[in-house]
Design a protein around this ligand. Sequence first.
Ligand SMILES: Cc1ncc(COP(=O)(O)O)c(C=O)c1O
Length: 365
Amino acid sequence: MSRVWNFSAGPAMLPESVLRQAAEDMLDWHGCGMGVMEMSHRGKDYMAIHAQATADLRELLDVPDNYKVLFLQGGGIGENAIIPMNLIGRGAVADFVITGSWSKKSEKEARKYGKTNIAFSTEACGYAGVPPMAEWRLSDDPSYVYACTNETVMGVEFPFVADLATVGRGQVPMVADMSSHILSRPVDVSKYGLIYAGAQKNIGPAGVTLVIIREDLLGHALPICPTAFDYKIVADHDSMYNTPPTYSIYIAGLVFQWLKAQGGLAEIERKNIAKAELLYGCIDASGLYESRVEKSCRSRMNVPFYLKDEALNEAFLEGAKAAGLVQLKGHKTVGGMRASLYNAMPLAGVQALVDYMREFERTRG
Ligand SMILES: Cc1ncc(COP(=O)(O)O)c(C=O)c1O
């Protein structure tokens, strides 16, 4: 067996020990005579897996008691509709801060369910940074303020947490799409009304969507909201109103245990900083590669970079593949390269990439 260094933006690499554990459990989980995929979600074995995954996630993110942890389906794009269906009715308008293609898509979808206001958009300047809060043109008392705190395509990560305490009546919730940087660093959950993330980057396999929601935001769903996506109903049934994506939740649970064994989020953040510094350091020191994101907002998880001579792109990718470095092609809308350095990517993988980049520049640059 030979494994590659997989820099995919998602679905992305998982810790090898998690995959090995899953292989071991495949036919017979803990001596019960069946695999997790075959279990009833109402049986005691799956219920224990579900409860443990929830408890471990709460511990890792230090989720306050007045927040619910929900496991849904529909992915990040599904949430673009599910969130407004649940929250937009709290007020007259929802505000959006647009810092890349994912937040742009979210605002467009939300318009189907109510009025939106674009508080700021960095589209005109190529989505290169994050505007300071003082520049956001917020509505008087919005239902919520929405941001994607790590834009996966552009590689733009929020360098600050928005403080909405002085907006409206001081009750405005911040809603954050953290799909591509959740669990990569500690987060003060209490600063958000709702956090969500698709799983297929730092949580586990595609198929489950994590939602962390403050309890007072439950119970505001529009009448058109499907029952299975009404957060209050999902919360009241402990994410089992309908059959949850049991296998994805089980793998997510193994990832949470792996993260705890790594030393938790403070420790994983330390590793992520080291990986990002290594790669950005290589880019900045080079005459061939460039980053187009403002330094203060560069994502630690998704690192887009460009070869100044674009004619070398194909050769770069071919050589990388031959060296066991795959999924480096940038998103089709922006071109260039992108290396995603999620939690499961070890420093050795980034070192291998940097060694290859330096050698490519020396021989071809
Ligand atoms: C930040 C962000 N939000 C939303 C999505 C959409 O997720 P999904 O394809 O699971 O709907 C992605 C997918 O990569 C993403 O990176």
